[in-house]
Design a protein around this ligand. Structure first.
Ligand code: CTP
Length: 401
């Protein structure tokens, strides 16, 4: 499970362990996460806002209002977060969380959080084992939060025992493990290609097609939501991704798309090639703009490399999925492509059916597997169709969702 591009809201409360939170911020940034920090007033005694803001690359918020009397919107902050971490969690804030109190920006963010909350308690030995503390920690767990157990060692009081905040490295390990456990595709690598390709004629013109990339983007996002590490090789497309964990490689021509896909394929578990790849490209590309002349103009085209077919020949462990966009004899053409390109299954759709195919927000797909089993789906949004494709891939791999 990667924390790359994950929005992490770190709440720091006032215990001596707060000095370790600066290191936690550094490690989270190193993981590629985007970090915002909220602190209680007491926490500021142990770690400075300046340190935290330099490390997190974001302003640190410690009150409902900033210096200019602008309101710090705790609801927006909590909504922004994919994950909330409270480290250290003092006995005092723990009791407030358990009771639902809201008297500072950290407790307000906690109460507003829709995301998973991880809390790393830190307190003295006797406080940690006090029945009230134990009860409050259980309450927090019952409310769906995860407690990162305190560790044993020398405490600020001079006593030795349980109560130290978990080391920042352990906090990150704990969070990554727990986020991964919940998702069926964690640890799996997925390659998706999408969009059109542009084949240059001269510096200002190209041969392209009407693919928007929407279907492939929806597939990449659906895999990512199930915990897979997804790379999307995307041809020229104006679409934006919502899922920040997807790594996007932008390409233009078939050759570029092929190179990007081939370099990833050997280390991929599932590859879905949905791009509308150009079948032909100009034999020569003019270095300067071609000028208009009298009479007709003809362009000599040569075949592009078939990315899917080439990867089909290299396939060993990968689940390989292709697309077939047809205007007629959909099933027969699709079946032929499964064989020719060595696929596990193919997603066939019509280029002429209303509300399906290029540019639309909906699609009507048929999945045909390598044993020629046909499954028809209703007309759905591309996101729902993507979920069906991902569910089919999971079923083929005998992975329970
Ligand atoms: N494909 C590819 N490289 C190409 C052409 C197609 O990887 N140069 C892939 C597409 O991404 C799709 C599948 O092959 O997953 C089928 O594409 P499609 O255009 O339906 O079929 P083609 O093989 O190009 O054959 P035809 O155009 O004759 O139907």
């Amino acid at each position: 499970m990667t924390l790359k591009n994950k929005h992490i809201l770190l709440g720091i409360t006032g215990g001596i362990a707060a000095y370790k939170s600066a290191h936690l911020v550094r490690l989270l940034i190193k993981e590629g996460a985007v970090v915002k920090v909220v602190t209680t007033k007491a926490a500021e005694e142990f770690v400075t806002a300046k340190t935290l803001s330099v490390l997190s690359k974001n302003e640190v918020i410690s009150d409902f209002f900033d210096a200019n009397n602008n309101w710090n919107n705790h609801v927006a902050l909590a909504e922004w977060a994919d994950v909330m971490i409270i480290a250290p969690l003092t006995a005092n804030t723990l009791s407030k969380f358990a009771a639902g109190a809201c008297d500072n920006i950290v407790t307000a963010c906690y109460l507003s959080a829709r995301s998973k909350v991880f809390a790393a308690p830190a307190m003295d030995l006797d406080m940690y084992r006090h029945p009230s503390t134990k009860k409050n920690l259980t309450t927090l767990q019952e409310h769906g939060n995860s407690i990162i157990p305190a560790e044993s060692g020398e405490l600020a009081s001079g006593l030795t025992g349980e109560g130290r905040m978990a080391e920042p490295e352990h906090i990150i390990e704990f969070i990554k493990k727990e986020l991964a456990e919940k998702l069926p595709l964690s640890g799996k690598k997925v390659l998706v290609n999408a969009g059109p390709t542009y084949e240059a004629i001269d510096p200002v013109r190209f041969i392209g097609n009407r693919s928007s990339g929407k279907m492939g983007i929806a597939i990449a996002e659906a895999f990512s939501k199930l915990g897979a590490e997804v790379t999307l090789v995307l041809g020229p497309s104006t679409q934006h991704l919502k899922e920040r964990s997807v790594t996007v490689i932008h390409v233009e021509s078939t050759e570029e798309m092929f190179k990007a896909c081939e370099s990833l394929f050997h280390d991929t578990d599932i590859a879905v090639l949905s791009a509308a790849v150009a079948d032909y490209r100009p034999k020569t590309v003019s270095g300067s703009k071609i000028k208009k002349k009298e009479g007709a103009f003809s362009l000599e085209l040569i075949k592009t490399i078939d990315i899917l077919e080439t990867l089909g020949k290299q396939k060993n462990k990968q689940l390989l999925v292709g697309f077939a966009l047809e205007t007629n004899d959909i099933i027969e053409y699709a079946k032929a492509k499964i064989k020719k390109k060595n696929l596990d299954f193919i997603v066939a759709n019509s280029a002429i059916e209303p509300d399906a195919g290029f540019g639309t927000d909906t699609n009507k797909i048929t999945i045909i597997d390598k044993h020629n089993k046909i499954t028809n789906f209703e007309l759905k949004s591309k996101q729902e169709a993507a979920n069906d494709i991902v569910a089919y891939a999971l079923k083929t791999l005998h992975i329970n969702a």
